[in-house]
Unconditional design. Sequence first.
Length: 639
Amino acid sequence: MRKNILNILFYMFVLAVCLSFSLFFCRILFAYTVPIQDASYELSLSWEGEALPDDWQYDQKGWTVFLQNETQTTLLTADEFGGFNGILESEQTFYFSRTLTEMLENPTLRLEPADHSIAIFLDDELLYTDDPKQDNRIGYLALTMLDWNRMEPVVVSIPPDYYGKTLTIAQSVGMEQQQDPDPFFTVYPCSVSLFSNYSYESGLIAKSFRIAIPASLYLGAGVLLLAVFLWQLFSQKTDWSLLFLALTSFLWSAQCIATDTLPYYLSYFSRLPVDVAGTAHDLSTTVLLLFLASRLTGKPRSFFAIAATLHGICVLLYAIPDIPAAYIFLLLSISEKIGLYGMLGILICMIREWKQKNSFYRFFCPLITAGSIVFMIWILVVPALRQEIVQQFSISATSYFLWKLMLLMIPAATLAALIEWIAKEISRRTEAKLLIQQYGLAQASLENLRRHQEEVMMLHHDMKKHLTFLRQKTSDKATADYLDELIGQQQEFSPVVQSRNQTLDIILNAKLGEAADKGIAVEIVQINVPESLPLTDAELCALMINLLDNAIFAASKTKMPFLRLDMHQKDDFFVFICENSASSDPPEKSVKKETVPQHGLGLKIIEQIINQHGNLMEMTRLFDTYRVTIALPLCHSRK
């Protein structure tokens, strides 16, 4: 007892050390997903974000916004929402400037002017311009709108002696900013932030890590699933559905990269005719539905497979270039609904599969439940996420909830598939060891039977010698007659089964004697066994002992037990037929074989041996009879 406690404590200590190492180095890795935030200043005049907070207050942050024509300056009026009024013409250039009083190392400006042309000055010294051909002086610029949108911000380094100098930014005015019915134009200075170059580099590193880590995890999961698939393929136990799950991981990895790094993605792979991120995301839904449907049983399997096929057809149709927008919207809406309701339907069906001991859903159910609990706790802890979900639910955003569900189901399905494979592999290896032990026991049983037969034959031989000696020494007629009768019985003694195969004779005589002791009527239809069979002694012993043990056990549970054997040679086959009485109760109501350990290994041993020698076996169950027919090719070479 003390030793067991010490072993448990040791294993717990090792587990704690391993987890500590993992968490420590994961902390180091994930530290780079958060950029340095304390060395940056947000200098934008308008709110940068999806929605304006209720408690937001306007702050001009020291900026002066004005028009300048050579030396004549006109101030613009702030509307206290980030815009400025006072421009009468649409094709003008306005300026906004402030004194830089923030202390930073390696200072860098970051601007997001979209399709506006800009020019940047520090104390009248030009740092950057979109149009170098102009007279690049403050008050002399005539910037125009760009005919394209910037996909990335403008990043400009500032000289180290910037402190106390005036930063001035010139920006073009566009027609789209006209406000009706007001004849004046409202202009919005582009967003501006000032940060240390270290902070900018940190932001790039953090963004790269935030993209690379999940993309690498999904890619690694796909590669691992393919490795498992190939392992099963070479082991002749192929699970083709793993290809669907591996493809899901690959598509999700591509979607992560294409969504968050689209400009860089296009520069590497050039512009593609399809939406890479959207198509990869939607196709991943299709193949995940196919995978989960393949693990179901019964009618739901076909139903969800059809739903997944329809989803895939919709995705491929709206991925066609130049398809009309109306058709894209319709197909996208249909595919999103099929995807969401299909996933929810599978989650409902998984409860039934879990109750039916489905090996995959036995692991998938607790994993998806644990993930759901974590997600619910996250919703309760983060108010912004709760508000976001309520908002998306109010507008019936199917794609949003499908995306969240996919984030939950892909890791759960991957882990469940891997755990299922590990469990089956452990079971297979354990079973293989038990089968080897069973072969060893069969061989030992054969040796014991052979030794027992030799002892019995020696005993009969000695008894015959003793009786013959007594017959020669006696002169009493009655005694002599009795001894003659005993000697005759000894000479007539022979085994029940006599064939030309000694090993088979030993096994059959021993097992038929056991059947007779249990009151089972034994009938031998015919015996015509070739001297040499295409089995080793160990295989023959394991095959016959397991067949006869199963037959004797089943027959002993019936009211009129019998065992019928037929062994003969037909053409180039040795045919063995074993028929026994069987219970008429359904298999699930029959009594389990509790006296034999590792129940079920007997049938596996039989199937394993038969598979190596022609794989010709038929099992037939009638109302009260069970028959096993085996045909062994006499000239068959082992697989």
